[in-house]
Design a protein around this ligand. Structure first.
Ligand SMILES: [Zn+2]
Length: 214
């Protein structure tokens, strides 16, 4: 199994199946946080977003949601949007056709049980669909999402560097990929991501949840 970084570095080659990469209209952009909810990272990110007056989208992992459902509901209560990011955070291309469908269905079940809501968006782990998970996504009424830019915060880099990478491509319609958990990445802490939020807010562009832009 390649590392998280190796997978994400080569993601451009995998975008053969269509998914939302940026939004065509409006003057705002979306911050999205993957891999939570996680008590080690999500609370600091929520506090940073509140302090900056930003509402964002959290792509949650089913197994994380099962453990930390109160944290997911807190994010909702604080005005953020929740979306789906699989159940076990496995790369769908490594699963059997049925396994890929099952991962998505299981994640959806966990999401509905924890929140009482149905998600609108799904982002596959590592940005990679299999044909089967792509079709399952459509069958389940979920809209597939990739991203237009990222803060490379799966690596151990400081908040200033994360903010620099994000701000460079922060134009209207951008969908920014960040992470509020270290569970599936090698870095020791999600703190730099939380600290980057205040720096990103200084870019002066309106930041809204993905669903608020479509
Ligand atoms: Zn992820």
């Amino acid at each position: 199994m390649p590392s998280y970084g190796e997978l994400v570095d080569t993601v451009e080659r995998w975008r053969e199946l269509p998914a939302l990469e940026r939004i065509d209209s409006g003057d705002a952009a979306a911050l999205t946080f993957d891999d939570g909810p996680d008590p080690d990272g999500t609370p600091a990110v929520l506090d940073a977003l509140d302090a900056a007056g930003i509402k964002a989208t959290f792509f949650v992992v089913g197994e994380q949601l099962m453990r930390h459902h109160a944290l997911a509901r807190e994010a909702l209560g604080r005005g953020h949007e929740l979306a789906l990011h699989g159940f076990e955070h496995v790369e769908h291309g490594t699963l059997s056709p049925q396994g890929a469908r099952d991962d998505l269905a299981r994640a959806l079940g966990a999401f509905e049980a924890a929140t009482g809501r149905k998600p609108r968006f799904f982002r596959p782990p590592y940005g990679r669909f299999s044909e089967h998970s792509f079709r399952a996504c459509a069958d389940l009424g979920l809209e597939p999402v990739y991203w237009s830019s990222w803060g490379m915060d799966w690596e151990e880099i400081p908040a200033e560097r994360i903010a620099e990478l994000v701000t460079r491509d922060l134009t209207p319609g951008a969908i920014v990929l960040l992470h509020d958990s270290t569970r599936y990445a090698p870095r020791p802490s999600a703190r730099p991501t939380a600290e980057a939020v205040a720096l990103i807010a200084k870019a002066g562009i309106a930041l809204k949840p993905l669903g608020g832009l479509l």
